[in-house]
Design a protein around this ligand. Sequence first.
Ligand code: TMP
Length: 211
Amino acid sequence: MSQSGKFIVIEGIEGAGKSSAIAIVEKLLAAQGINFVKTREPGGTPLAESLRTLVKSPDLQESLTPECELLLMYASRSQLVHNVIKPALNDGKWVIGDRHDLSSRAYQGGGRNMDDAILDSLADITLKGFKPDLTLYLDIDPKIGLQRAANRGELDRIEQEKIDFFYRVRDKYKSFAERDDSILVIDASQDMAKVHADIEAQLRNYLQNIG
Ligand code: TMP
């Protein structure tokens, strides 16, 4: 009988170090002989990748309403969950997600000040109770994160938001982490070696607990 895989998500604002965190998770799972696929949001299917390009573009010919932005995020997520994530999990594979629903909670809920109840109902329609088994949230002061992102090159549409937007995003991330045991907070302002060690320790602990 095949056992269902686990869905592990990495979250955080721009410049928090998601990519290297994902590399660590990949390495650890591979070392344990665990088969996995990687996803990113928005994106991860042909249709969802088109929505990603749209939603990140700094050169849209019109302003994107917050509602449209929110719906595009959930449209993308719906395609990804139904066409990629669930089939992989059912196949016994693990999924490493670069962002998931918590990003909408933080960016649209926090950053854009949208009502939690609106997001709850969209999540109900799209996800029907589906949620990650483990989320590692990389917490960093937006001042540091955005500086790192700016050093990497041109900023996308969302990265061009003012710093207050990202402080609201961070607050929302933290408030969700406080009330959900499956969201673990990693202090991403520490030096890189310590951040990586913390990620590895948390993941090893998780793997041990699920036996
Ligand atoms: P990134 O994955 O390269 O960081 O880019 C994704 C951008 O989209 C990032 O600025 C966060 C934003 N985003 C939302 O605003 N809401 C969402 O639900 C998701 C998944 C991403």
